[in-house]
Design a protein. Structure first.
Lengths: 340, 354
């Protein structure tokens, strides 16, 4: 009987399999953001020593940036590790900031490398910066949110205002599935003021096809209304209105002969009840969709809707959606309510 | 010493699901679309049909399968066939060990050598062998229940990632289904071991219920997992992951508390790996002992473990080939035995009447 107990207890030994290549927490440098630019890579490491307060409300947060001049991420990590006293850990990575130059050249290899790391989460956000990411990250000094990992997540995933979001998993899926995705285009102001350190500005969105930036979207109203139920600011006759889609738009797509037709029904809520020109939004969305599809881009994923019209993947691929979208017709119907 | 029906059912669910957690559902993702999900149901349906057919030919499930073999092939031939079955089972256990060693070193312990991880699997096999089948089935019951809970939670925490458009076109890669039929069926192949455990049940007909319940339950779980994976990861990106279930788990991001569900998956999956590798090694010993009328298999534990480790050094590609050949051989062998048994039993009856 004693032997049985010993054998049973030896089962608990199995829990120690993870001890072989363990890293102590104080020997790790937690990278919260990575910058990708033409000259190399920037690793933004959370300076945990600067957390002087409790929880999220510390007095000051700082990011230590390590720049690595290298043409691929693997070498860059190696070089950065040799420069600092701790080992880079990417388990808290929350954002990848890409320069517009690198975004145009393509960042798939780098993102795919991170995707292959078991400790990196697929929810890591990707944003394109119109200034060099090294400059952006070095000047970023969040004061309202000392946890830099949380700073990026809160910045891009606001509950109220619409900001285009691109997750790492969506990016890699888009390359594998030959689909178009949008990423936020951001910038930053520089100065000694605390607000300068905290703020990041959204300039718009960019379209990525096959992992490369190929188009800039300027109509955030259309993007916001069709992609989310969050607030967007509408400039109309020199007035600013805050509107939002009450619920996700009802989308249907069918084939009229060889020509795709997309029908969109949208319930727009206008919280202060002043904006009533639904026709204007209809025309704006319709003309923007036409403009984007003339370039052959499908940024709202209408191709997914059209898949229902095909029985097999082979017949869908034969149809060649990317060529057909150029002739796509859109019927947009907008209903405005006062949101009460 | 007898084993309980409920416990054995969960042991086989654990055995089947342990493969699903590694890379088992990749074949269904390849078919893609709604057809991929339906294919999961069809494969489990086939295994139920398979059992029903054999049972219709002759009620071999009610007898000790080794006695059935002796009547079907004669004593001497049965011993050789039994030895071949033990060898196949040995390879199967090695394959399972190899599968888990590769997966563990790929995703959990990338810097450690396979030999280090193998030590823990050897401990698991030793523990399972000494504790015996009864203790193993008792241990499998909570493991199985936790697996069900894991699938359920993975499904719930991934709600925001589901896109219904991913199941279209409905027929997906329809033509790939024919290519993947054997692999889909082989996913359930561990259930065949039930035939060799007939002697461990108090009621001889229990195997029918255990077979049916295990296949239905694991079939339902597999179908759910395929469905969730298809909804969360679009085709063809879905076939690019070596460990689909981990992908599904790592996508879960419901709240701060549950954002690292993949870590929970590691633990449960690892334990299902220990249980399944230990179980297959134990089944090998049981087959060997029953075949050679040994009163106890404990004397061969160290030899079996040594051989399992030695075979696991084989190349991965050989394993895939051997796995399919062996499973097919056993799948054909059982109905052939049943047919022969029926004829022999009939002729015996006639002789007795004469």
């Amino acid at each position: 009987m004693k032997l049985r107990y010993i054998i049973f207890l030896s089962f608990f030994l199995l829990c120690f399999t993870g001890c072989y290549d363990h890293d102590e927490i104080d020997s790790l440098a937690n990278v919260t953001a990575v910058g990708i630019e033409e000259e190399g890579f920037t690793f933004a490491i959370a300076d945990t020593g600067s957390f002087s307060g409790e929880g999220d409300k510390g007095t000051e947060s700082s990011i230590i940036c390590i720049f690595s001049k290298s043409d691929n991420i693997e070498n860059a990590i190696e070089e950065a590790n040799s420069k600092i006293s701790k080992k880079l850990s990417f388990s808290h990575l929350s954002a990848i900031i890409v320069s517009d130059y690198s975004a145009k050249e393509g960042i798939y290899d780098t993102v795919d490398y991170f995707e292959g790391m078991p400790d990196v989460r697929p929810q890591v956000l990707i944003a394109v910066s119109d200034i060099k990411p090294s400059l952006y990250l070095e000047n970023l000094k969040p004061s309202l949110e000392v946890n830099t990992e949380k700073y990026f997540l809160s910045l891009f995933q606001k509950d109220s205002s619409y900001i285009p979001v691109l997750k790492m998993s969506d990016y890699t899926n888009s390359v594998k599935c030959s689909k178009d995705v949008i990423a936020p285009l951001i910038t930053k102001t520089f100065g000694d003021d605390k607000s300068d350190g905290e703020s990041t500005f959204l300039l718009g969105a960019v379209v990525l096809r096959n992992g490369k930036m190929c188009f800039e979207c300027d109509d955030m109203v259309t993007l916001g209304l069709l992609n989310s139920t969050k607030n967007v600011v509408l400039d109309y006759q020199n007035q600013k209105y805050i509107i939002n889609a009450e619920k996700a738009p009802t989308l249907t797509a069918k084939l009229n002969g060889e020509k795709p037709v997309v029908n969109i029904h949208l319930d727009v809520s206008n919280k202060n009840g002043i904006f009533t020109d639904g026709k204007y939004i209809e025309e704006r969305i319709e003309s923007y969709l036409k403009k984007v599809s003339e370039f052959g881009y499908d940024i709202f994923g209408f191709s997914d809707l059209l898949k229902k019209s095909f029985r097999t993947i082979q017949s869908y691929e034969k149809y060649n959606w990317q060529k057909s979208i150029v002739n796509c017709d859109y019927n947009v119907e907008v209903k405005i309510s006062d949101g009460k | 010493m007898y084993i309980g029906e409920k416990e054995t059912k969960w042991l086989f669910v654990t055995l089947i699901m342990s493969r699903v957690f590694v890379n088992g559902i990749k074949i269904f993702a390849e078919i893609s679309g709604l057809l991929g999900v339906v294919f999961g149901l069809l494969c489990s349906g086939f295994m139920i049909f398979y059992f029903w057919i054999i049972d219709k030919i002759e009620n071999v499930s009610a007898n000790n399968f080794f006695d059935v073999m002796k009547i079907s092939y004669g004593k001497t031939a049965a011993i050789f066939i039994g030895a071949a079955l033990a060898l196949i089972s040995l390879f199967n256990a090695s394959m399972r060990l190899k599968m888990f060693l590769s997966a563990v070193t790929d995703i959990i312990l990338p810097d450690s050598p396979e030999a280090f991880v193998a030590i823990f699997f050897v401990i698991a096999i030793f523990a399972v062998s000494f504790l015996g089948l009864e203790s193993l089935t008792r241990y499998a019951l909570p493991t199985g229940v936790v697996i069900v809970a894991l699938v359920l939670f993975t499904g719930i925490f991934n709600l925001e990632n589901y896109r219904f458009s991913n199941i279209f076109p409905l027929m997906g890669n329809g033509y790939k289904m024919s290519k993947n039929v054997p692999d889909g069926i082989f996913l359930f192949s561990d259930i065949i071991y039930l035939y060799f455990l007939t002697g461990f049940f108090k009621k001889k007909h229990a195997i029918k219920r255990v077979w049916l319940k295990s296949v239905v339950l694991s079939g339902a779980l597999i179908t759910v997992v395929i469905g969730l994976y298809q909804l969360a990861v679009p085709y063809p990106a879905s076939i690019g992951f070596d460990y689909p279930y981990f992908r599904l788990a790592s996508l879960a991001n419901t709240s701060v508390l549950f954002q690292r569900i993949d870590a929970v998956v590691y633990i449960i999956w690892l334990f299902s790996g220990f249980v399944s590798t230990g179980a297959l090694a134990l089944f090998t010993m049981i087959i060997f002992a029953e075949n050679f009328d040994m009163s106890d298999y404990k004397g061969i534990i160290h030899i079996v473990i040594f051989l399992i480790i030695a075979f696991s050094a084989l190349d991965k590609n050989y394993f895939n080939l051997l796995s399919n050949v062996f499973t097919l051989a056993v799948l054909i062998f059982i109905p052939v035995t049943a047919i022969l048994y029926r004829f022999k039993a009939l002729s015996r009856r006639k002789n007795n009447e004469a």
